[in-house]
Design a protein around this ligand. Structure first.
Ligand code: AMP
Length: 145
């Protein structure tokens, strides 16, 4: 399965915040949309960074409540790993595991065209592996699913 298949079902909506958003504003966005990370972008298409719950936790532990009035760019990751819609689910799974992150923006023709989370990857990988398992069982037993 390709990332484009995942986005076809999930949609290509990406929640972004402009770079001058403060951390308090970021908390509202994460809470409102019930998500764990947002892409930092001035125009909604070009990626300036990514910031997740983990960045907030780390910054709060290091600097306390003063973090809430800092711009998101102070705590965001600037070097964002992205994938193309042609990437396979398995490749993205490996990228997330090796990089220890749970969110990957998708670039379509150089512009932001979606985000996949570890939840999307796990759900679709399980579905994919289940189809494979049924096909193999059918092949071995001669009973078609
Ligand atoms: P997460 O597991 O997605 O909550 O993120 C863990 C850490 O990786 C945080 O510091 C994020 O800013 C960073 N991060 C999340 N997604 C990406 C990504 N696609 N590329 C690079 N860093 C990321």
């Amino acid at each position: 399965m390709r990332i484009s298949d995942v986005l076809r079902v999930k949609g290509d909506q990406v929640v972004t915040v402009p770079p001058d958003t403060d951390v308090a504003g970021l908390l509202s966005v994460l809470s409102e949309h019930k998500i764990g990370a947002v892409v930092v972008s001035a125009d909604g298409t070009e990626i300036a960074g990514i910031v997740s719950e983990r960045d907030i936790v780390r910054a709060l532990a290091a600097r306390g409540a003063a973090v809430l009035s800092e711009p998101v760019t102070r705590i965001a990751t600037a070097q964002v790993r992205t994938v193309s819609p042609e990437a396979s689910l398995e490749e993205v799974e490996r990228l997330m595991t090796d990089g220890r992150f749970r969110h990957v923006p998708v670039l379509v023709g150089g512009a932001l065209g979606g985000v996949v989370s570890i939840g999307d990857v796990v759900k679709n990988r399980i579905d994919e592996l289940e189809v494979e398992r049924r096909e193999l069982a059918g092949y071995i037993t001669g009973v078609r699913p």
